[in-house]
Design a protein around this ligand. Structure first.
Ligand code: S3P
Length: 164
């Protein structure tokens, strides 16, 4: 348990990167973010990668990142909302699902943040995707954190208690 990666899954805007970063500082771990690693590789934003190469291409890159995550230890990792499609998710480490209602997540995204997420452009489609993924997130998680009305400090406190 001690050296295992801790990684966050959940829908867009659930705060995976923010929490993974805060946990990395709290536990003195390396912080990694699947989306940022893919953006860095191509020196392009997620929106550009989706537009230029397509979603399938992006999903294949996510699988390569997952393979890499399986070979490391002791990191605090944020993943993209669709990262749960990788084949070896259960080999990465402790999987934490950040759960919230769709309405809450939608209200957290201003226009600028929405523009960074090609799968959130169309709110109706995003809601359908949310409903499709809900049970998958729950099934794949080792631990579920309900994030509604909680700040980062409260979430870190709860998480630390549950992973010790
Ligand atoms: C996606 C979520 C995004 C990003 C990409 C696809 C998804 O990450 O990986 O736009 O399929 O839900 P965030 O969850 O960090 O927004």
């Amino acid at each position: 348990m001690k050296n295992k990666n801790i990684f966050f899954i959940g829908f867009m805007a659930s705060g995976k990167s923010t929490l993974a970063r805060a946990l990395a500082v709290e536990l003195d771990r390396v912080f990694l973010d699947s989306d940022s690693l893919i953006e860095a590789k191509f020196d392009k934003s997620i929106t550009e990668i989706f537009a230029e190469f397509g979603e399938d291409f992006f999903r294949k890159e996510e699988q390569k990142i997952a393979n890499f995550f399986c070979g490391i230890k002791n990191a605090s990792i944020a993943t993209g909302g669709g990262f749960i499609q990788v084949s070896n998710l259960n080999e990465i480490g402790i999987c934490v699902y950040l759960r919230a209602e769709f309405e809450t997540l939608k209200n957290r995204l201003d226009l600028k943040e929405k523009e960074k997420r090609p799968l959130f452009y169309d709110e109706k489609k995003a809601k359908t995707l949310y409903n499709e993924r809900l049970k998958i997130y729950e099934k794949k998680a080792n631990l579920i954190l309900d994030i509604e009305n909680k700040n980062i400090q409260e979430l870190i406190y709860e998480l630390k208690k549950r992973i010790e």
